[in-house]
Design a protein around this ligand. Structure first.
Ligand SMILES: Cc1cc2nc3c(=O)[nH]c(=O)nc-3n(C[C@H](O)[C@H](O)[C@H](O)COP(=O)(O)OP(=O)(O)OC[C@H]3O[C@@H](n4cnc5c(N)ncnc54)[C@H](O)[C@@H]3O)c2cc1C
Length: 487
């Protein structure tokens, strides 16, 4: 009987666990280690963050699902990986510390035959002084709890606007190396929508603050769409969306310090600047969750499994090349650790080989370098193919051909809500293929297949986004035929 341990129960880890158990049945053990008792559909945190959806609608308890599916669940944090085992047992092992209230603080060592690291990001609010909801001055929508606090602060802003005061709302990124700009963009336009619905938009200034070199870059180098025979860049598309909604954009900039009233930033083109604000939602930069690794003798081998960022090294080309020399082929295909092929790093947890958007610095040397996003769809695909590879290795032996999900071949759809309302709502729907541009294959269309790369805005997009919320929660609850819903 083989034992598969999966670290993390987010998009990638939960998907991997359900697929592995469905294929392997009772013959093999699937184990999940994750610190939270609940699963969270993160994209809908945006709606929680503007008060359009209660937090209970974006979460559900994991334990009953895992009990029903005969998956062993440890509500715990993984702290260290021992790929070569220890003095007692040569099998790989992972050290965990329980967060489950009944065993809080207790530790254990779990043995594995195969390990999937799907631990997602550490939210690095500490990277910018004054950033973040815990001890800082800004809100976040990265967790349901953060989103509830953001909605309360937005309510206060609306109350002050109703009382006749002017208010400045800043939405964007909290550090020059942030990723996930799409989520910030989505929140900015939802805030705009809520202010209009409340009838107070005219007294509010809404500012979008981003590290992207231009609007519509999203950390993937931007897109080119074809609209009625005319080529339009995602930058032109976003500029018109922002112009129509009177949202002011500050791009290619990085916050450097945030006080309770002022965001100080530095920008590549214009140098230092500051904005006085009344409410700010700024995303944190992401890092790996800080797993350590030890060999059988207890020597620290963290740098053999992880990049300095804390993300896991997989089958990518991590050679130190200049930005202009990177190729689509540098990206991983199987997500296996080169040191230990029975370990996989998937979703946000794997280390990207390089930036997709050209990194820059301000005159003062502040880094403004959007990190590559690993969004939900590719993360789910990576979890699924890692599970399928393991299933084949168990059934066919070590020669089984690994499954592949390279981001330069995967397509992704991103539906960014621009206002949650069944009649007056809308969403910007973007599809891109591939996610990581391949400039050799598609030299004239920003590295993407123009037939598969599209942008549309409208009410139908809002309905689709609402349907996806229901479909993905259905799938994550492993209800009948869940596996027919694509990643
Ligand atoms: C506000 C917001 C909106 C977004 N909207 C969209 C969207 O509309 N579309 C889209 O495609 N993507 C969106 N994304 C991105 C999407 O959420 C991520 O791509 C996706 O969650 C990545 O999946 P993951 O499994 O790698 O990480 P996560 O989903 O973050 O899961 C990581 C898991 O690991 C667990 N974990 C953490 N540390 C440990 C540890 N030490 N040991 C064990 N477990 C651990 C966590 O608790 C969690 O269960 C959004 C992100 C944000 C922040």
């Amino acid at each position: 009987m083989a034992r598969i341990v999966i670290l993390g129960a987010g998009v990638a880890g939960h998907t991997a666990a359900l697929h592995a158990k469905r294929k392997l049945g009772a013959d093999h053990e699937v184990v999940v280690v994750s610190p939270n008792s609940k699963w969270n559909w993160i994209p809908s945190n945006i709606w929680v963050g503007v008060g359009r959806m209660p937090a209970e609608k974006v979460v559900f308890p994991l334990a009953p699902i895992y009990r029903r599916k005969h998956i062993e669940f440890h509500q715990a944090l993984a702290t260290a990986i021992r790929p070569d085992g220890d003095a007692e047992d040569a099998r790989g092992a992972v050290d965990i510390r329980y967060t489950d209230p009944k065993r809080s603080g207790q530790t254990a060592r779990l043995r594995y035959d195969y390990l999937i690291n799907a631990t997602g990001p550490k939210l690095r609010f500490e990277a910018t002084p004054g950033l973040g909801p815990d001890g800082g001055h800004t809100a976040s929508v990265c967790t349901p709890g953060h989103a509830v606090d953001a909605a309360a602060q937005l309510d206060d802003v609306i109350a002050r606007l109703r009382a006749g005061q002017r208010q400045t709302v800043v939405v964007g990124i909290g550090h020059g190396t942030c990723t996930c700009e799409g989520a910030a963009f989505e929140y900015a336009l939802n805030v705009d929508h809520e202010l209009r619905e409340a009838g107070v938009r005219d007294r509010a200034e809404v500012v979008y603050l981003s590290n992207e070199p231009e609007l519509g870059d999203f950390g993937v180098g931007g897109m080119v769409f074809e609209e009625k025979g005319r080529r339009v860049t995602s930058s032109e598309w976003m500029e018109s969306l922002f112009h129509e909604r009177d949202v002011r954009a500050i791009t290619h900039a990085a916050p450097t310090e945030i006080t309770d009233r002022v965001i100080h930033y530095d920008s590549v083109a214009d140098g230092p600047g500051s904005i006085e604000y009344d409410f700010a939602m700024l995303l944190p930069p992401f890092g790996g969750v800080g797993l350590e690794a030890y060999d059988r003798d207890g020597n620290d081998i963290t740098s053999e499994l992880f990049a300095p960022s804390g993300f896991m090294l997989v089958d990518a080309d991590y050679g130190d090349k200049p930005f202009d020399e990177w190729r689509a082929a540098d990206w991983p295909r199987t997500y296996r650790s080169p040191r230990n092929p029975n370990i996989f790093g998937v979703g946000i947890a794997f280390a990207p080989p390089h930036a997709i958007t050209r990194p820059a610095r301000t005159a003062a040397g502040v880094v403004v370098a959007p990190a590559p996003p690993r969004t939900g769809m590719p993360s789910g695909m990576m979890g699924k193919i890692a599970a399928f590879t393991i299933v084949d290795l168990i059934r066919q032996g070590g020669d089984a051909r690994p499954h592949e999900a390279p981001m330069p071949e995967l397509a992704a759809a991103c539906i960014a809500s621009t206002g949650a309302h069944m009649l007056r709502g809308s969403a910007a729907t973007m599809t891109m293929s591939p996610v990581v541009p391949d400039y050799q294959r598609y030299p004239d269309t920003a590295g993407r297949d123009i037939a598969e790369t599209r942008g549309e805005i409208g009410l139908a997009g809002h309905w689709l986004k609402r349907m996806l919320h229901t479909a993905f929660i259905y799938k994550a609850k492993a209800l009948p035929f869940w596996y027919l819903i694509p990643e």
